[in-house]
Design a protein around this ligand. Structure first.
Ligand code: PLP
Length: 466
């Protein structure tokens, strides 16, 4: 049931952000029948009374696809179940973490055990060493690790450390890359800001934005020019090791290597943000695929096992500048929380080569199904991959940067999305997000996807340019 289906009632959507971030009332055909009566709709109304926009992270609100966000009751393996009892094959995996599928027995057991012996001590535990050792063992350029609570905290801390280490002020990031909602990193960011078309956020001061240089992704000349124009002033380049927050856009051959050379030659640090790619695209993350060593790394998502845990780490001499070993301050009441650490450690320990092989297979199968269905309806598209992450761009040409991602026929996406959702498949509710498979997916999951896709592809074909 796509947007093009005649006879659907128009569903009022709570609101949509305009470019300044103001919420304006709009009405769109959501292709989302019966939502008025659903328990999800009732909960969304109730949530909106006490939670801004009804959600605790913007993209969850379905603003860019229309319709009612599904409130989830429970999940197991690849299946999400909403409060109305509808099942969905989950292609978001909590935006990355759940590579093993939901409620994996080993992870649940580890969490239950940890919880039963105390939730938080504010003192060191052996589990923190084990998780740090696991990360250091997997990613060779990471010699020391500090645990934090979110990817945002990891990138914020890594940037502070880079500035403290180099004594420089400016940082360079790429348009369409998202590094969490750190003030200085919100400029031209992907993920939710891309979804809502926001160049940055009110509340970020001129001073914070001024020290951030933004250049196009996959453009080494622009990076070289920025270094030339800001000699001795750039503390670090921060990049997604492979971009996933403008949709999946892999670095072109030589791009990460070029960043390595330019940063080294100019005395700046290279921060590889592997919050999304880390421990998903290979056992050693994107580093395991291209072998380009950053000075600092950020991790989150998969290493959390689904609880709030993240990390940053890297070269021992740089990490030695962190308090209490050095002067750069960084701290956290709940950092290294024993329950989150137990979940992360159990997830990483369960993620053996068999899991990574399954992720490869499942990603390849999904890619073929998507492409075949859209080809059958003559919808212009590219299913792009970055390792096992993928996304659908409604574009004839490959997408290598944010401008090209925005130039795609994103107006086809809401119809495509609802075509899938209404038939039990849950992709990310935005044209600018990566899709995530889990190792839990089986033939049944793919047959549900294969059954849903022709309808979704028809809806995408029939969508009209606004
Ligand atoms: C998700 C993400 C972040 C932010 O992590 P949070 O845990 O949501 O704060 C940072 N960088 C990248 C590349 C991400 O994908």
């Amino acid at each position: 049931m796509g947007q093009s289906d005649p006879g659907h009632p128009l569903h009022p959507v709570v609101g949509k952000f305009d470019r300044t971030g103001t919420l304006e009332a709009v009405t769109v055909s959501s292709g989302d029948p019966d939502v008025h009566a659903s328990r999800s709709a009732q909960l969304f109304e109730r949530a909106d009374l006490v939670i801004p926009g009804g959600v605790n992270s913007p993209v969850r609100a379905f603003h860019s696809v229309g319709g009612t966000p599904r409130f989830i009751k429970e999940a197991s393996g690849y299946t999400l179940t909403d409060v109305d009892g509808n099942d969905y094959v989950d292609l978001i995996c909590s935006w990355g973490p759940m590579i093993l599928g939901h409620a994996h027995p080993a992870v649940v057991e580890a969490v239950q055990k940890a919880a039963a012996t105390g939730l938080s001590f504010g003192a060191p535990t052996e589990g923190e060493i084990e998780l740090a050792e696991e990360i250091v063992r997997r990613v060779a350029p990471v010699e020391k690790v500090r645990l934090v609570n979110s990817g945002t905290e990891a990138t914020m801390s890594a940037v502070r450390l880079a500035r403290g280490f180099t004594g420089r002020t400016k940082i360079l990031k790429f348009s369409g890359c998202y590094h969490g909602h750190v003030d200085a990193l919100l400029a031209d960011a992907g993920s939710g800001l891309a979804t809502f078309g926001l160049p940055t956020s009110p509340g970020v001061t001129g001073a914070q934005a001024e020290d951030t240089i933004v250049v196009p992704y996959n453009d080494l000349d622009a990076v070289a020019q920025a270094f030339a124009a800001n000699e001795g002033r750039i503390a670090c380049v921060i990049t997604e090791a492979a971009a996933g927050n403008m949709g999946a856009v892999a670095p072109q051959p030589g791009f990460n290597e070029g960043l390595r050379t330019l940063t080294r030659d100019n005395g700046a640090l290279l921060i590889m943000d592997e919050v999304m790619t880390g421990f998903r695209v290979s056992s050693a993350g994107w580093y395991g695929l291209d072998g380009v060593a950053g000075d600092l790394y950020t991790f989150g998502k998969v290493m959390s096992g689904g609880l709030p845990a993240a990390a940053f780490g890297g070269r021992a001499d740089v990490m030695a500048h962190l308090a209490p070993a050095g002067p750069v301050y960084q701290a956290g009441t709940l950092s290294g929380n024993p329950v989150a650490v137990a979940a992360g450690l159990a997830s990483l320990r369960a993620a053996d080569q068999g899991v990574y092989d399954a992720l490869e297979r499942n990603s390849a199968t999904l890619r073929t199904l998507l492409s075949d269905a859209l080809t059958a309806e003559s919808v212009p598209h590219r299913v792009q991959t970055a390792g096992t992450m993928l996304s659908v761009f409604f574009s004839e040409d490959p997408v290598t940067n944010y401008d090209e991602a925005k130039a795609a026929q994103t107006w086809r996406f809401p119809a495509f999305f609802h075509g899938l959702l209404s038939r039990g498949v849950y992709p990310p509710p935005s044209a600018f997000e990566a899709w995530f498979v889990s190792a839990a997916m089986d033939d049944k999951a793919f047959s549900i996807i294969a059954d849903a896709l022709p309808h979704a592809a028809k809806a995408a074909a029939a969508a009209v340019r606004p």
